[in-house]
Design a protein around this ligand. Structure first.
Ligand code: GDP
Length: 528
C-alpha cells in the first residue's frame, strides 16, 4: 500500500488560464485524450455537441452555448493523477473563475502565437500572482503564422514581469512548421502535418550539430534553429525549478493543441516540473499536505442541476490527510460535525463516489446550503484556511423589482445566489435598493433567469451610478467615522456587514483615497 506522501507526490492540481479563443477548450480535450478520459473519434466529431452538453445544468448555458460555471476533470497519465480545474473561457466569466485559481498548485497559461498576452490572460495571471502560483506557458497555434517568437517572449517578460525560460522551441511556424526542439533534452520532435488531428509526434534523437537535423528539417531550417537556440541560451535564463515554483519564472512550451502537437511535452512538463500539492496557509499556522488529519476548504458552490432541489454542491479541496468516505469532519464556521457520506469525484464525463481522497483532490460535497465559499472542514483542529478571497466586482447594477410585495423573497434570492459566489450583493447605507456586483456582465442574465425560475420573482438589473467597489478599513475609528460621514452616498455593506465604498468613477475613487490616506481600500476581501 502506498503511503500518504506517495499519493501526494503523484498528484498535480492545476488550471488553464487564457483569453477566449486562445485554444483552452481544444487543449483541455487533448489533455483528457492523453489521460484516456475521452475517445479520439468522439472528441472530434461530437465537439460542437459536447460544448453544449458538457455542463448543461442550466438552460442558459445551453442557450448561450457556453459553460457558465467551472468544473473539475480528473485524469491519469504515466502514473500521475491530474486534477484539472476548468475556468470558463468566455469573456463574461464570473468570480468563480478567479476563485478556482485559489484551489490549484499550478496553472498553464495558454497564449495564441499570433496574439500574445491578451486582456483576460493578464487578469487571470494577476490572480495567480496573488499566491505566486507557478505558471507553465504554452504558446499555441504554431501551425499558423504567428508573431516573432522572441517578441512573444519579450512581451511575457515585460507585461507580466515574469522571467521566461523556453523548454521547447519551434522549428519554423505556420506552413513551415517542422517541429519543436526540446532544449532540455536536446531532442527534436518532428511535426507531421499530414496526420491531422492524430497524435503527430515522432521522436528523433538528434543533437543540434548532427547532420541528421539538416536531413529531417532541411538545411535552411536547421541553420535558423541553430542560430536561434544560441540566442535563446544567451538571452534567457536556464530553467530554475525554485524560481518557477516561487512564481518568478515560467517555462515555455510551443505547440498546436489542434494538431495535438507539443501537448505530450506539455503534459510531461507539468508532471515533471509543476509542484505536487503544497502546504497551505491557515490563520494560525501552515498546514503540510502529509499531516495525518484531514483538512480542506470550499472554493466554489454550485446549485444543483435540478432547479426544484435546493441542494448544492460544494467544491472542496483537500489540503491534508487521507479522506475516507463516511468520515465526520468539523465545519469550523458553525462548529458542527458533518458526516461526508456521499462526496463525489468529477471524472472527465462522469461522477463517482469518492471512497478515498488525498491532498490536491477535489470532491463535490452535496449539502443543503450549510457550506459556503471559504469554509474550512477539519478532522480535529480548529483551523481556517486563508487565501480564498472575494474579488471586487467589475460591473455594478441596481436591482429593479417589478412587484414590490416580493422584496423579502428577492432579498433571500440575492443572498442565496451571492452565497454561490457568482455575484455579490451590497446594501447602500442611504437606504436605496440593492446593488449587485459581478465580475462579467453575462452574470446578470444568469441571475435574472435564475431568480425567475427558482424563486418566481421578476427582477431586472439597471444601470447603477457606481462603477467599482472597494472594501474599506482603518485602524483608527475616528478617521473611519469621518470617512463614512464624508462619503455617505457611497457607503454600502456587503452580505456579511463588511464596509464597502462604491465609487461613481475612477477619479472619485482616487480622490477618496487621497483624502483619507490612512483608510485602506482593497479589491479583494479574505473570507475570514
Ligand atoms: P477557447 O475559447 O480558448 O476554449 O478556444 P478553443 O479551444 O475553442 O479554440 C478557439 C479556436 O481556435 C477554434 O476554432 C479552434 O479550432 C482553434 N484552435 C485551437 N487550437 C488551435 C491550434 O493549435 N491551431 C489552430 N490553427 N487553431 C486552433
Amino acid at each position: 500500500m502506498s503511503s500518504l506522501s506517495d499519493h501526494i507526490a503523484l498528484r498535480r492540481t492545476f488550471a488553464i488560464i487564457s483569453h477566449p479563443d486562445a485554444g483552452k477548450t481544444t487543449l483541455t480535450e487533448k489533455l483528457l485524450l492523453f489521460g484516456g478520459a475521452i475517445q479520439m473519434a468522439g472528441a472530434v466529431r461530437a465537439r460542437g455537441e459536447q460544448r453544449r452538453t458538457r455542463s448543461d445544468w442550466m438552460a442558459i448555458e445551453k442557450e448561450r452555448g457556453i459553460s457558465v460555471s467551472a468544473s473539475v476533470m480528473t485524469f491519469e497519465h504515466e502514473g500521475l493523477t491530474f486534477n484539472l480545474l476548468d475556468t470558463p473561457g468566455h469573456e463574461d466569466f464570473s468570480e468563480d473563475t478567479y476563485r478556482t485559481l485559489t484551489a490549484v498548485d499550478s496553472a498553464i497559461m495558454v497564449l495564441d502565437a499570433a496574439k500574445g498576452i491578451e486582456t483576460q490572460t493578464r487578469k487571470l495571471f494577476e490572480v495567480c500572482r496573488l499566491r505566486d502560483v507557478p505558471i507553465v506557458t504554452f504558446i499555441n497555434k504554431v501551425d499558423r503564422e504567428g508573431r516573432e517568437t522572441f517578441d512573444l517572449l519579450d512581451e511575457i517578460e515585460k507585461t507580466l514581469a515574469l522571467d521566461v525560460s523556453p523548454v521547447t522551441w519551434p522549428i519554423g511556424m505556420g506552413r513551415d512548421l517542422k517541429g519543436v526542439y526540446d532544449l532540455t533534452r536536446d531532442r527534436v520532435i518532428l511535426f507531421d502535418p499530414g496526420r491531422g488531428d492524430h497524435i503527430a509526434e515522432i521522436g528523433l534523437d538528434a543533437s543540434l550539430d548532427s547532420p541528421e537535423l539538416d536531413r529531417v528539417v532541411g538545411a535552411a531550417a536547421a541553420e535558423k534553429l541553430r542560430e536561434e537556440v544560441e540566442l535563446v541560451r544567451a538571452g534567457f535564463p536556464e530553467f530554475d525549478i525554485d524560481a518557477f515554483r516561487a512564481g518568478h519564472q515560467t517555462p515555455v512550451f510551443f505547440g498546436s493543441a489542434l494538431k495535438t502537437f507539443g501537448v505530450a511535452e506539455l503534459l510531461r512538463g507539468i508532471g515533471r516540473l509543476s509542484p505536487a500539492p503544497m502546504a497551505r496557509k491557515a490563520v494560525s499556522r501552515t498546514v503540510e499536505p502529509d499531516e495525518a488529519k484531514v483538512t480542506g476548504f470550499v472554493f466554489k458552490v454550485q446549485a444543483n442541476m435540478d432547479p426544484n432541489h435546493r441542494d448544492r454542491i460544494a467544491f472542496f479541496r483537500i489540503c491534508s490527510g487521507t479522506f475516507r468516505r463516511g468520515m465526520k469532519l468539523r465545519h469550523i464556521r458553525t462548529g458542527k460535525a458533518m458526516a461526508l457520506v456521499n462526496p463525489v469525484f468529477f471524472l472527465a464525463r462522469d461522477r463517482e463516489l469518492a471512497e478515498e481522497a488525498y491532498p490536491g483532490d477535489i470532491m463535490g460535497i452535496p449539502n443543503h446550503g450549510q457550506l459556503r465559499i471559504g469554509d474550512t472542514l477539519s478532522e480535529s483542529e480548529d483551523l481556517n484556511f486563508l487565501g480564498i478571497p472575494t474579488f471586487a466586482p467589475e460591473v455594478l447594477r441596481r436591482v429593479r423589482l417589478d412587484d414590490p410585495m416580493k422584496a423579502k423573497q428577492l432579498k433571500k434570492a440575492l443572498e442565496d445566489l451571492a452565497e454561490e459566489g457568482v455575484s455579490q450583493v451590497f446594501k447602500p447605507q442611504d437606504g436605496s435598493t440593492w446593488i449587485v456586483g459581478v465580475v462579467g456582465p453575462l452574470q446578470f442574465d444568469v441571475l435574472s433567469t435564475r431568480i425567475e425560475s427558482e424563486y418566481s420573482i421578476k427582477a431586472g438589473f439597471e444601470e447603477a451610478p457606481f462603477v467599482t467597489a472597494r472594501w474599506v478599513a482603518c485602524d483608527d475609528d475616528a478617521t473611519m467615522r469621518r470617512f463614512i460621514d464624508a462619503n455617505k452616498s457611497n457607503m454600502a455593506e456587503d452580505r456579511d456587514g463588511g464596509l464597502v465604498y462604491l465609487a461613481r468613477n475612477s477619479w472619485q475613487l482616487t480622490r477618496a483615497q487621497q483624502d483619507f490616506e490612512t483608510v485602506r481600500f482593497t479589491a479583494t476581501r479574505e473570507q475570514h
